[in-house]
Design a binder for this molecule. Sequence first.
Ligand SMILES: CC(C)(COP(=O)(O)OP(=O)(O)OC[C@H]1O[C@@H](n2cnc3c(N)ncnc32)[C@H](O)[C@@H]1OP(=O)(O)O)[C@@H](O)C(=O)NCCC(=O)NCCS
Length: 188
Amino acid sequence: MAEHPEPPAPGTLVTERLLLRPPQESDLDAIFEACQDEEIQRWTVVPSPYLRKDAEYFVNDLAVNGRRTGDALIWCVVERGSGALVGTQGLIRTPGRPGCAEIGWWATREHRGRGFTVEAARAVARHGLTELGLRRLEWVAYVGNEGSRAVAEKVGFRFEGTLRSYAEQRGEFRDSWVAGLLATDLAD
Ligand SMILES: CC(C)(COP(=O)(O)OP(=O)(O)OC[C@H]1O[C@@H](n2cnc3c(N)ncnc32)[C@H](O)[C@@H]1OP(=O)(O)O)[C@@H](O)C(=O)NCCC(=O)NCCS
């Protein structure tokens, strides 16, 4: 008899190895642990030091309100086999630019180097540019973040340049790389 897999729950994305789903209370410990990593603190806007209340804000406030308003979609990325948290993905609408959103990600240190971030980001990009009907996705990273740039390029983002004193990190504006992926690029 033909198999009829369950349709994915609302808000979730499924890839070959991964499930992307809204963050939940049971993720708090894993998020708190992951964000102790110095690379995540160095290259993202997470608070430093990263406290338990920061994970609670991420799960119970940012992710919940972002999804309610549609301004910010945040996913926990878990390995389908083990259920382990391997990272997060985010899609944040750019204020004042209709149809444009910024994509962002981090991976847990122990699950890096397995192509999980590329696999998850591809699903998020496709979701944004097809189902959500976005026109342009933007990737912005502080200059020197070669790992994130490698991911962006594998997903298909085109490097567009360096913007000086651009993206804020804890009150400081850092020189930033920017790349874009358009709905029309997907067909290329
Ligand atoms: C950047 C980051 C998300 C990469 O996660 P990852 O799960 O290891 O990425 P993947 O396994 O999907 O790797 C995809 C490609 O990027 C390459 N890559 C990963 N880290 C790299 C690095 N530091 N330098 C150069 N290339 C790198 C990998 O080699 C791989 O290419 P390959 O398939 O040709 O080998 C992870 O290192 C991280 O969480 N960094 C800290 C947070 C961060 O920088 N977030 C992004 C802010 S813009």
